[in-house]
Design a protein around this ligand. Structure first.
Ligand SMILES: Cc1ncc(COP(=O)(O)O)c(C=O)c1O
Length: 424
């Protein structure tokens, strides 16, 4: 299908409408006719794209690793640094930012949010602090980023906790069946990605949580990807904790993550790293009382410029609207896959299940080395993608965000075919 054909599938087209409706329902977004129409409005998205300096230098399709920021974000970071260093006025609106994050992910309030430096640290807060004894079991998947494997393995090493590995399948029913079969009377925590870093598969977190809670098991989702990519509602998912960051799909400054944790769960997760502002009270008789809120996990001197930057990113994206962003990302992913499908079989096959539409798509090359493909695509066509060595997939991951245009996708697909068909 060429781009014109795809793009001309308007709201009036039952194919496009049902395609988008089906996809959008995956994230529980509310779909309205005006939302559908704006998803295809290229002049609107071109104006959005202009806010991102990276679009002037290359075709960036590795948002899954690092989300470039629009100018508004970097300007706010720079202005806070300038302010602190020219006035000595140290501090920032961290409560306001926690409230904004809570709104983005559907938490009840900022009191359920702790700041961290990245996703791995948010996971480490839970993995190192949760009340576990030797022989207790934690389930992770066979498609983890190191960030959700290493902290649990460290805990296993320290305290004799047993790590069990859930082998994922492309469909939710098999995933649930396999998970059920792994549960024992010693299972305490299920720690799995909401969207896998390897293939972008969206896991059935709501079903997982329902099953886990019926057996008094805690659920922590590694939510590195979804915020800013798809509509997230942690209350609807029912998770006890959700680890994420501002530096991927929220397009915030790099080096600021966050942890959502319910009050009930935080009563069972003792702060491992703590300090000034973790506590309500401490004394020299050996007493320390932690805050009742998630702020017990963040402490000490922080870089408030990053806080301001993430707040700016959330404000900026909120103005576009998270439902609209969710719909646009799915639209671009659907277009990307439709274009790639025309070349699948001969050169590569899809690792991402067809039914999982996030902003991420992973392909496995049939003959060419995955690293050579990524390097050549970048050198020859200025398209940046990511290699996936995790889980020994040796595959290639492509992501599309709000600054990606359908024309970028065309250049990527043509470049990919050129690289795959060249002898070099
Ligand atoms: C699914 C997943 N989890 C965790 C991480 C680690 O994130 P961070 O570098 O913010 O710790 C990543 C990073 O790409 C990821 O994709």
């Amino acid at each position: 299908m060429n781009r014109r054909t795809f793009l001309s599938m308007s709201l009036a087209s039952p194919v496009a409408a049902s395609l988008l409706k089906k996809d959008i329902r995956l994230s529980n977004s509310v779909i309205t006719p005006s939302l559908l129409a704006s998803v295809e409005d290229e002049s609107y998205w071109n104006a959005i794209r202009d806010h991102f300096p990276i679009t002037k230098t290359l075709i960036y399709m590795n948002n899954g690793t690092m989300g470039p920021s629009p100018r508004e974000v970097t300007a706010r970071v720079a202005s806070r640094i300038e302010h602190v260093d020219s006035t000595g006025d140290y501090g920032g609106d961290y409560e306001g930012l926690k409230k904004a994050i809570a709104q983005v992910i559907g938490a009840a309030s900022g009191e359920e949010i702790a700041f961290t430096h990245n996703v791995s640290e948010a996971i480490s807060v839970v993995a190192s602090g949760v009340d576990l004894k030797s022989g207790d079991e934690v389930i992770i998947t066979d498609q983890e980023h190191a960030g959700n494997a290493v902290p649990w393995l460290a805990r296993a090493k320290r305290d004799g906790v047993v790590i069990k590995v859930l082998t994922l399948a492309p469909d939710d029913a098999t995933v649930m069946e396999r998970l059920n079969a792994l549960l024992t009377s010693r299972t305490r925590v299920i720690a799995v990605p909401h969207v896998t870093c390897t293939t972008g598969q969206v896991l059935p977190i709501k079903e997982i949580t329902k099953l886990a809670h019926s057996k008094n098991i805690w659920v922590m989702a590694d939510g590195a990807h979804p915020p800013g990519m798809m509509v997230v509602n942690v209350k609807d998912l029912g998770v006890d904790a959700y680890a994420s960051c501002g530096h991927k799909w929220l397009c915030g400054p790099k080096g600021l993550g966050f942890l959502y944790i319910t009050k009930e769960f935080s009563d069972r997760v003792i702060p491992t790293w703590c300090g000034a502002e973790s506590d309500k009270h401490w004394d020299y008789d050996g007493k320390v009382e932690f805050l009742d809120t998630a702020s017990r996990y963040d402490f000490g001197t922080q870089n408030f410029a990053l806080y301001d930057g993430l707040h700016a990113a959330i404000d900026w994206m909120s103005e576009i609207g998270f439902e609209k962003i969710d719909a646009r990302v799915k639209y671009l992913t659907t277009y990307l896959r439709s274009q790639l499908k025309e070349h699948a079989g001969k050169h590569f096959h899809f690792l991402t299940p067809d039914t999982s539409i996030s902003g991420v798509t992973t392909i496995k090359l049939e003959k060419m080395d995955y690293q050579h493909f990524a390097n050549t695509l970048l050198a020859k066509h200025k398209v940046r993608t990511r290699v996936v060595a995790e889980s020994q997939l040796f595959a290639n991951r492509i992501s599309a965000h709000i600054y990606t245009s359908p024309a970028d996708i065309d250049i990527f697909v043509a470049g990919a075919v050129d690289v795959l068909e060249s002898k070099g």
